[in-house]
Design a protein around this ligand. Structure first.
Ligand code: SAH
Ligand code: DHB
Ligand code: MG
Length: 220
């Protein structure tokens, strides 16, 4: 990871005021609880918030909560009666996230559902969960194709879906890459075939290294 990428991210964070007590307390509490620092960077968090605001999101879905740092950014895009549903496998992470989200004053609009996300999403489809306006996919990377397919079923026309970590230092171009690379590659193959969406992928550098995200719009 390049020092200059980190210096620029730090400067953007300062000049754009991308930190506040709710966010910094969430990171401190996550660190104290032993969670890995694999949350989105502050500038990416603000990007997620802006995208959710741009589609007028009233219902947001997140796959992969960790300590709820990205959750806090996106929940801030919601009106007071909006909902964010976030899915997390590990109950210890979910417990830390619940504290962080409450600490940020957002407990009234966030539901954390614990368990394997594919099962939770299938249950949401089965019970006729109302559609989402915005989805952030950021859990185990091998399951990205399944998460995309289920998120698409749970999205309204015009909804956005963002997928994190689709570059992984460039490993994505290796046809023989590991299971995470295969998950990202199969996601892109599915996006190419799927006529109901328009999608692009963008490389990024920053404090979190060299990575990237996929931005998907469900057609109207
Ligand atoms: N979105 C968070 C970071 C998420 S890290 C942020 O930016 O702040 C990825 C999370 O996905 C981890 O907490 C991990 O426990 C969770 N995860 C991994 N496999 C999962 C699964 N099968 N179902 C649900 N969550 C899963
Ligand atoms: C990892 C996961 C993430 O979602 C991320 O943004 C960075 C790293 C990981 O599992 O290593
Ligand atoms: Mg991520």
């Amino acid at each position: 990871m390049s020092d200059v990428w980190t210096a620029v991210d730090d400067w953007f964070g300062e000049v754009l005021a991308l930190d506040d007590p709710g966010l910094s307390a969430a990171l401190s509490r996550s660190d104290a609880a032993g969670l890995p620092a694999i949350n989105v960077a502050p500038n990416q968090g603000r990007m997620l918030q802006i995208l959710a605001e741009a589609v007028g999101a009233r219902r947001i879905l997140e796959i992969g909560t960790l300590g709820g740092y990205s959750t806090i950014w996106m929940a801030r895009a919601l009106p007071p009666d909006g909902r964010l549903v976030t899915l997390e496998l590990d109950p210890r992470n979910a417990a830390v996230a619940a504290e962080n989200i409450a600490g940020a004053g957002l407990a009234d609009r966030v539901d954390i559902l614990t368990g394997p996300a594919i099962e939770t999403l299938e249950r949401m489809v089965d019970v006729g969960e109302p559609p989402f306006d915005f989805t952030f996919i950021d859990a185990d990377k091998p399951s990205n194709p399944e998460y995309f397919a289920l998120a698409l079923r749970l999205s309204r026309p015009g909804a956005l879906i963002v997928v994190d970590n689709v570059v992984r230092g460039g490993a994505v171009v290796d046809p023989d890459g590991d299971a995470s690379v295969q998950g990202v590659r199969r996601l892109h193959e599915a996006l190419a075939r799927e006529e109901r969406v328009s999608a692009t992928s963008v490389q990024t550098v920053g404090a979190k290294g060299y990575d990237g995200f996929t931005l998907i719009r469900v057609r109207t």
